[in-house]
Write a protein of this length. Structure first.
Length: 81
């Protein structure tokens, strides 16, 4: 039983680590592309920023779903009897 719990905890740590790292890399790439787009065409800055905010909200919702899944694994683990 302790093996299952320790494996679950290491899996949760790996899931959270990779998801946060991927989120950070994705936001960095998104920010660089936004800066390029605004630099090329500054008069449509408001349209670009509003679409960026929508993408950030969607990505944040996915990160919250990952955290919810990890907490479900932590407290309602189906492998522990």
């Amino acid at each position: 039983m302790n093996d299952v719990i320790s494996s679950t905890l290491s899996a949760i740590g790996t899931i959270i680590g990779f998801s946060v790292a991927g989120f950070g890399i994705g936001i960095g790439i998104l920010g660089s592309k936004i800066a390029e787009a605004v630099g090329r065409n500054p008069e449509i800055k408001n349209d670009i920023v509003s679409s960026m905010m929508i993408l950030l909200i969607v990505a944040s919702i996915f990160i919250l779903l990952v955290f919810a899944f990890c907490f479900m694994l932590l407290f309602f683990n189906p492998f522990v009897s």
